[in-house]
Design a protein around this ligand. Structure first.
Ligand SMILES: [Cu+2]
Length: 131
């Protein structure tokens, strides 16, 4: 019986942890217009690959052109990582799911890993520069 209680407790704790992460993410969904990003289907005229591993992206800065449809692919080289660009309506790019975007507003958009991947997770930050 004691064992059963312990398992129930651990499951509750896990659910709480997941709920906390989910809560963070929802802050950035549908934050309104004016950020100049559209997801534009599958046809892209440019491609960029971002590689992620614990606890860094392979480059500090990735540059794309404004107004050009660009396919962004995230490759996780260990574990599971994701990308969230808060300043682009919370745009998310999942591993191995190439995402085509057209960004019309030039600027520097910081992004971070949005999947809790370990102790250095919060250091996983890089920039998307649109010029
Ligand atoms: Cu992470």
């Amino acid at each position: 019986m004691k064992k059963l209680l312990l398992i129930a407790f651990m499951m509750t704790a896990a659910v709480l942890v997941l709920a906390a992460c989910g809560g963070n993410k929802s802050d950035n969904t549908n934050t309104g217009a004016g950020t100049g990003v559209e997801e534009t289907g599958t046809a892209a005229s440019a491609k960029v690959t971002i590689k992620a591993k614990r606890y860094e992206f392979d480059k500090p800065v990735y540059t794309i052109k404004k107004g050009e449809s660009t396919e962004i692919t995230l490759k996780s080289e260990d574990g599971v990582h994701g990308i969230e660009i808060s300043d682009l309506n919370g745009l998310k790019i999942d591993s191995d799911k190439p995402t085509v975007v057209t960004i019309n507003d030039p600027g520097e958009y910081e992004f971070h890993c949005d999947i809790m991947c370990g102790s250095g997770h919060s250091k996983m930050i890089a920039k998307l520069v649109v010029e």
